[in-house]
Design a protein around this ligand. Structure first.
Ligand code: AMP
Ligand code: FE
Ligand code: FE
Ligand code: ZN
Length: 291
């Protein structure tokens, strides 16, 4: 069983349509795929149809942009009822923040002498509501300003670069509670990711007490030492350990589908916790497509 629980499509900042993503997962020999676009469930329906067609087990999820104190934290939410109003409202606020940020980033870029406008980004965004820096990066590639997303982040969009603009993110603890109340489970994505603050064991214990189910330990942003430490913390706290690619199609190097995977027993624990959350909340968990 090869299980990859964190991937992106064009419904956010991946470069593949949800259908192409599922097709690629089947070609890569994955048995289980979670689609986890940033802050949206917009790709779920197309991915589910493709999962049925290609014989891949699909877990519907998303990666929610949250903050805890000053720190940005990415929260993977699996199998929440996507119509649960408090969750919908929080995601709408995040998406509004994403939309409002685009013109501010473009203003900064124009200030640097780059001729780029809303329409350039709109074309690169392929209709997603979760417009992000990668779409601005893609527009800069099309305009011939940079060679790829990495160069765009290094020169303009990354932390501390001149066109980097903050945006709204959902409060972490409230969001964990919303996901649980929506009958889903949550997992901290790349908790010690490259550009992130290193969350302490005490921080993570607090998140667990709010309802967190797991930690994404096996991720390309974590070296061997970080993985060993995080695995030990997950053990201490009784959290599920996941592993995944954080695949973005051609948008991110070294994140090929299946490059990290989740152990079957950990996946089963996560599904059991989702079932329990859905029963407790009296909500229907989005069905898992068993291809
Ligand atoms: P945003 O959603 O606008 O905050 O942008 C964050 C997204 O940018 C992340 O989810 C990554 O997909 C992407 N990203 C961050 N750094 C890089 C990079 N150096 N190269 C390509 N993509 C990146
Ligand atoms: Fe991304
Ligand atoms: Fe992330
Ligand atoms: Zn991701």
């Amino acid at each position: 069983m090869r299980i990859d629980l964190h991937t992106h499509s064009r419904a956010s900042d991946g470069t593949q349509t949800p259908r192409e993503l599922v097709q690629a997962a089947a070609a890569a020999g994955l048995d289980v795929l979670a689609i986890t676009d940033h802050d949206t469930s917009a790709g779920w329906t197309e991915a589910a149809a493709a999962a049925d067609e290609y014989g891949v087990e699909l877990v519907r999820g998303m990666e929610i942009s949250t903050r805890h104190g000053h720190w940005g934290v990415h929260l993977l939410a699996y199998l929440p009822d996507p119509t649960y109003a408090p969750l919908v409202d929080e995601l709408d606020a995040v998406l509004d923040g994403r939309s409002a940020r685009v013109p501010m980033m473009l203003e900064r870029l124009r200030g640097l002498g780059i001729a780029i406008d809303d329409e350039d980004v709109r074309r690169a965004a392929h209709g997603t509501a979760a417009t992000g820096r990668p779409h601005v990066a893609d527009a800069l590639v099309t305009l011939g300003v940079v060679a790829d997303r990495t160069e765009a982040f290094d020169r303009f969009l990354g932390a501390g670069r001149p066109a980097n603009v903050q945006r709204y993110a959902a409060p972490l603890l409230d969001t964990i509670r919303h996901v649980t109340a929506a009958g889903g489970v949550s997992v901290i994505a790349h908790p010690w990711g490259r550009s992130l603050h290193r969350l302490s064991e005490a921080d993570l214990a607090g998140f667990r007490d709010a309802g967190l189910s797991g930690l994404e330990v096996d991720h390309q942003d974590h070296d061997r030492e970080a993985r060993a430490e995080l695995r030990a913390i997950a053990g201490n706290l009784g959290l599920v350990v996941t592993g995944s690619s954080d695949h973005h199609g051609a948008g991110k190097n070294d994140h090929e589908l299946g490059v990290n995977t989740t152990a079957p027993d950990q996946y089963e624990r996560l599904l059991d916790l989702a079932d329990a959350a859905a029963s407790a909340a009296g909500r229907a968990t989005p069905e898992i497509v068993r291809g």
